[in-house]
Design a protein around this ligand. Structure first.
Ligand SMILES: [Zn+2]
Length: 396
């Protein structure tokens, strides 16, 4: 099948493509209401887009009096690939141009095996998805990695939990393998982008999205745009110190938030609680499985295990302590909590909220919702598809 070769020629066309992506098929009249173009100018731009094959005429639009016109929609054969590489698992999804998921796979994976092994697995997953018939190729791909990324070149930089990835040309290599343009970003930024596109942060202009997984990071959205910082490490809040002389962290410092509360820290503390006889529930689970994860802590807490509840409350309080500082500094309209540890649910959320409301100024928290993400494990892949579509639906 023919892949997308054209790009919008100007900002009007780019805006029209994004409106069709976010709102679905639409009539010329309704598109005209959303862009500041005269009827004749709009007709010229839509006709040009029809010529490129990026959009097609499809079905009759509702009449507004007078002659009925066709709806305009994005070409139905357009396909985007979203790849969300976590520390311990990877999600791969295929979307159409409206960023609806047509196929999705999740597999366990260890990011420490390095980029070559990880991309071998990702490409095998892509082949599996293609074999189901949802796509025979891609017009673009977005990729998230669990560490800082030098955004313009799509290269991870000194990621603490990703040995072997420093400087690896992810964008270039994948673009060659897939035969399409690729954009790379930090996984937390993509989660924020996903929640902004189709989740709980729709229509919020300024918000924070805190991802608590193996590590902890924060996506910062300012006036609708992800803020990446000078070197791409904005929001790396897992390495803010919460305990002077605290536990050693993978980054080389001590007392980082991530060393005290994250998926990895939680597993370690849960095992200690089990071995020291403080938690019968966790001890039973450890004996059965030989290891513990955040999922076990969540299950133990649900069963009313005191030690498990304490671990979650203490972790939530430490996270809330850091978020309170961010709220005072940034004055967001919303704080989204996401990532694997959200299985800890409302106990975690409650202790984060308590800490933030206690510690921040009332003016900043008066109307501040602190909520769990809505998209769960697909936030990252939707964000990835949105990232590459933003790139492709920009003037060439
Ligand atoms: Zn650290």
């Amino acid at each position: 099948m023919r892949r997308m070769t054209a790009r919008p020629a100007n900002a009007h066309q780019a805006r029209l493509l994004r409106l069709l992506r976010d709102g679905g098929p639409n009539s010329r009249a309704q598109l005209g209401d959303q862009v500041e173009l005269s009827r004749s100018k709009l007709a010229v731009e839509v006709d040009r887009l029809l010529e490129t094959g990026l959009v097609i005429a499809d079905g009759l639009a509702a009449s507004r009096g007078g002659r009925r016109s066709h709806n305009i929609r994005l070409a139905p054969q357009l396909r985007f690939l979203g790849v969300d590489i976590g520390a311990t698992s990877v999600d791969v999804a295929v979307t159409n141009a409206e960023l609806e998921i047509l196929g999705h796979l999740n597999q366990p994976m260890d990011v420490r095996e390095g980029p070559v092994a990880v991309f071998e697995q990702v490409l095998a997953m892509v082949a599996k998805l293609r074999a189901t018939g949802v796509a025979d190729g891609f017009d673009g791909a977005g990729v998230g990695v669990p560490g800082p990324v030098r955004f313009p070149d799509g290269v991870p930089v000194a990621p603490p939990i990703m040995p072997g990835w420093d400087g690896f040309p992810v964008r270039e290599v994948l673009s060659q393998e897939l035969g399409c343009p690729v954009m790379v970003d930090n996984d937390v930024n993509l989660m924020a982008t996903g929640e902004q596109h189709a989740g709980v942060a729709r229509s919020v202009r300024d918000f924070l999205c805190v991802k608590i997984g193996t590590g902890i990071g924060c996506g910062i959205v300012v006036s609708g745009e992800v803020h990446r910082g000078t070197t791409g490490s904005a929001g790396d809040i897992g390495h803010i110190q919460v305990e002077p002389d605290g536990r050693p962290c993978a980054c080389g410092n001590r007392g980082c938030l991530e060393a005290h509360f994250s998926g990895a820290a939680l597993a370690r503390d849960a095992e200690a609680a089990a071995l020291e006889g403080r938690s019968p529930e966790l001890a039973t689970r450890l004996a059965a499985a030989g290891t513990l994860t955040a999922v076990d802590v969540a299950a133990a807490a649900t069963a009313g295990d005191g030690a498990a509840l304490d671990l979650i409350r203490e972790g939530g309080a430490r996270t809330g302590q850091v978020i309170a500082g961010l709220v005072s500094f940034f004055n967001p309209g919303l704080v989204v909590i996401g990532g694997g540890v959200t299985g800890l649910g409302h106990t975690l959320l409650a202790s984060i909220r308590t800490q933030v409301y206690r510690q921040s100024l009332p003016l900043a928290t008066g109307n501040l919702p602190i909520v769990l993400g809505e998209l769960g494990p697909v936030a990252g892949v939707i964000g990835a598809a949105r990232l590459i579509s933003d790139h492709l639906f920009s003037p060439a």
